[in-house]
Design a protein around this ligand. Structure first.
Ligand code: SAH
Length: 340
């Protein structure tokens, strides 16, 4: 049997046409599943009996098991889900002024090995299937009764290391007859898999791209992000310039502020120089301390000083107020706690 949430419109089309049906059936199915939230083919009244049975025999509707749910003081809710094969994933719901934003996990574990990140310590077990990413959205909506308006693929995992499933996921949540989450409300974050940045420039949806930069020179970036030894800053920025030229979409640069490691005047100046010719938007994020290492968060004074230095040099920058840190909502901490 097939997990129905793995199917984008194209795949439904293939399924229907190879079964001698018209491809408009795909649109009907998508609207039943994602709009009307019907999980029983026999209730899909505009589909003939014979086809209902065929669908019933071919597809199934999986679920995720809720293991724990923690609610932060600021309203952020973190879900720990168990998959059908007992692997655990985290999903975080954040209430913003502009709506509800969901932080989705793309892999079980991660192979990128960033030194500051709790997820990276547990090696990748496997990629999530498209349907397992889609289910995070459906389950959270079902459990909380909210309508998710934004998605950030910034949970555990490196989305560009699960590229095909990621693209399918984006197409499904964006589908106009389904969840209909706008392309510009979708954000994918990568640590910098350069070949995929080139490919992503050709993706048909206008999705936001965020780059986890975290260091403005190769020496420091090599030290804290092993991916930089494979694709250094020069190659990364070449790809980002290409991406911008091709898509005309402003790139988000994420920069976590780690006390005295990457938050000195030196790095602020280097960062400003690096970004001067790129149409980018810098998101400064106070580091979330984790048990797994000894990095600490920059003081508020240092955060503001770093921010001011960029601002003064004409860089588009915001200092993010962190959410959910009292419930370990950041970055794989809940899963890693649970695994111990
Ligand atoms: N692999 C992707 C997406 C997952 S990580 C990427 O690298 O972008 C989501 C973001 O959280 C990344 O910017 C990552 O560097 C950051 N991050 C990881 N650990 C963190 C921590 N302890 N505090 C704050 N941000 C962290």
């Amino acid at each position: 049997m097939e997990n129905i949430y793995n199917f984008s419109e194209n795949e439904f089309n293939d399924y229907f046409t190879s079964n001698g049906e018209k491809s408009f059936r795909s649109k009907q199915i998508i609207s039943w599943i994602y709009r009307k939230k019907v999980k029983d083919f026999f209730m899909m009244s505009d589909i003939k009996k014979e086809l209902q049975q065929k669908l019933h025999d071919f597809f199934y509707f999986p679920t995720l098991t809720l293991v724990t749910k923690s609610i932060s003081n600021d309203g952020t809710i973190k879900f720990l889900f168990k998959l059908e094969d007992d692997n655990l994933i985290e999903t975080v719901l954040m209430h913003q002024e502009y709506g509800y934003s969901l932080c989705v996990t793309s892999q079980i574990g991660c192979n990128m090995g960033c030194m500051f990140c709790a997820s990276g310590l547990k090696k990748k077990v496997r990629n999530l299937e498209t349907g397992e990413m889609v289910l995070q959205v459906l389950m959270v909506e079902e459990l909380t009764k909210v309508k998710i308006t934004h998605i950030v693929v910034m949970g555990i995992g490196e989305p560009f290391d699960n590229y095909d499933n990621l693209l399918k996921f984006l197409r499904i949540v964006n589908h106009p007859l389904g969840l209909e989450i706008g392309q510009r409300h979708l954000t994918v974050s990568t640590c910098g898999l350069v070949p995929k940045i080139y490919e992503f420039a050709d993706f048909e949806l206008q999705v936001n791209l965020a780059i986890s930069l975290h260091a403005p020179n190769d020496k420091l970036r090599n030290q804290i992000m092993p991916i930089n030894r494979k694709y250094n800053l020069e190659e990364l920025f070449k790809a980002l310039n290409y991406y911008y030229a091709k898509t005309n979409r402003r790139i988000t640069i994420e920069y976590i502020l780690i006390n005295k490691l990457n938050d000195n005047d030196k790095e602020a100046l280097e960062l400003a120089d690096l970004l001067i010719n790129l149409n980018a938007y810098v998101n400064l994020i106070p580091y979330n301390e984790v048990m797994e290492n000894s990095y600490t968060r920059s003081s508020l004074t240092r955060q503001r000083h770093f921010y001011d230095m960029l601002k003064k040099r004409g860089i588009n920058v915001t200092l993010r107020k962190e959410q959910g840190s009292d419930i370990a909502a950041a970055c794989g901490q809940l899963r890693s706690k649970y695994l111990e």
